[in-house]
Design a protein around this ligand. Sequence first.
Ligand SMILES: [Zn+2]
Length: 110
Amino acid sequence: MLHIALHFLVPALIAGACYRPQWLRQYGVMLLALLIDADHLLANPIYDPARCSIGFHPLHSLLPIILYVALLLPPNTRVLGIGLCVHILLDLVDCVVNSGSLCFFSSSSD
Ligand SMILES: [Zn+2]
């Protein structure tokens, strides 16, 4: 539950700190990053609190993450890139908390 709340709180803090007076508009753009969780609909079960999203769901895999980082570079996509990178970082923290491991892109099962 805290994890989900952080997906709303952290972008609000960034927007409030960095994008006044239009923070609400930028906050809305950052919240668009939540749409990448639509890839959970491809998994069975759709939601598993013990599963690590990073490296498992298609929009949480390495190539999309590289794209999210690249979106930070052009000024006109930067806010969306911030939202996406914050989303991935929060999911990454969730993985570390749940598993104690940073080996998300490993193909081996051990
Ligand atoms: Zn996610």
